[in-house]
Write a protein that binds this ligand. Sequence first.
Ligand SMILES: Cc1cc2nc3c(=O)[nH]c(=O)nc-3n(C[C@H](O)[C@H](O)[C@H](O)COP(=O)(O)OP(=O)(O)OC[C@H]3O[C@@H](n4cnc5c(N)ncnc54)[C@H](O)[C@@H]3O)c2cc1C
Length: 360
Amino acid sequence: MKSLKENFQKVHVLVIGSGIIGKFNALELSELGFQITIIDPTQDKNSSNAALGLLMGNIYQKRKGRSWTLRKQSLELWPIWLKHLQAFNNELNIEKPLIQLTTNEETFKKLKKFINENNDQNLKSLEGDSIIIENINKAFQTRNIKGIISKKDGRINAGTLLKTIDTCLKNKKVNFLKDKVIKIRKLNTHWIATSKTKKEIKSDVIILCNSLNTIDLIDNLSHNIKLKPVLGQAIEISVNDAEVDLLALPKHFNINGKNIIPVSKNKLIIGSTDEYSTKPEENIFEKLTNIIDKKPNWLVKAHVLKRWSGIRSRPDGEPSPIMKNLGDGLIICTGFYKNGILLAPACSKWVANEIKNYFS
Ligand SMILES: Cc1cc2nc3c(=O)[nH]c(=O)nc-3n(C[C@H](O)[C@H](O)[C@H](O)COP(=O)(O)OP(=O)(O)OC[C@H]3O[C@@H](n4cnc5c(N)ncnc54)[C@H](O)[C@@H]3O)c2cc1C
């Protein structure tokens, strides 16, 4: 009898979209032995390349339901994938811990309650007596910042991750097509995807990982999937290092919903905001640097070195993400308006199980 892997080698899977979700699906399935093609017109201009890579799993305050289950599974899968990917790039790492901070007393009380209720050794509250808080308060010239630290969460550099997955996929002989799919149809036992340049790609399975454009490729009258664009923005700023010691700050942290990543003694990345629009705003510096009530001087005087943004898709009328098996070898894995980097391993595992069941 042939092994499952040998059987899978005959199955051709077309992954539409090469953001982190498409690439992770390709990674998981190529490891299982499937023949994979990924198609995307613009590999590096998607929201995955804009992501800051914070992995907020264990710090998530709802400890039940689908979202928590996906986070929990991803937290378990990430160390395994990391080890696998490090064989292709030993610089790829998850930098732990993750620190979530607030200046709002009520929010802090809720964070403390969450820790007490869950009795999780990997979570701790951070107050004025902690050296971390002392340094952050000093940098932001306040006394009001406090929060929690999660030893299990952290950050992976999204750009490095995507490049490492590319190397791994190349090694697995995954085929990459630079083109846009404009139509898909079922023809007998196969799927035919028609591209903008009029190529016809035949496959046994299609996985739709093409964010907002997913709905253009399905019969939405029967499936009724709605996706809204959500803009995320980030800036890299330069500051006067005589006025603030960025190196005394943690490698990444979040204050009042803004993610902050000091990258050198005078450079800092700040992101991201959730806006229901598609156009980056002009006053992005003001918006992103409004971290606490009174901005420290070094932040007022900072200069923007780089700004970037990404448009993600948020499901309308159902929870994020959308993972649906539409039957006949057509699967949707999209709608990651947040946490796509974190959730990629758990979601790809779900897709792989659906495909394995379809062929067994
Ligand atoms: C500024 C910013 C910061 C973020 N920070 C974090 C973070 O810290 N942690 C975290 O986990 N998440 C973060 N995110 C969210 C994360 O980036 C997303 O959840 C994730 O990138 C979604 O990945 P995706 O593969 O679904 O979509 P995308 O990366 O947008 O990829 C979709 C791809 O589909 C392709 N495509 C579209 N239509 C077609 C078609 N017809 N044919 C072929 N290809 C097509 C597009 O070209 C694109 O490459 C952030 C996002 C932004 C913008």
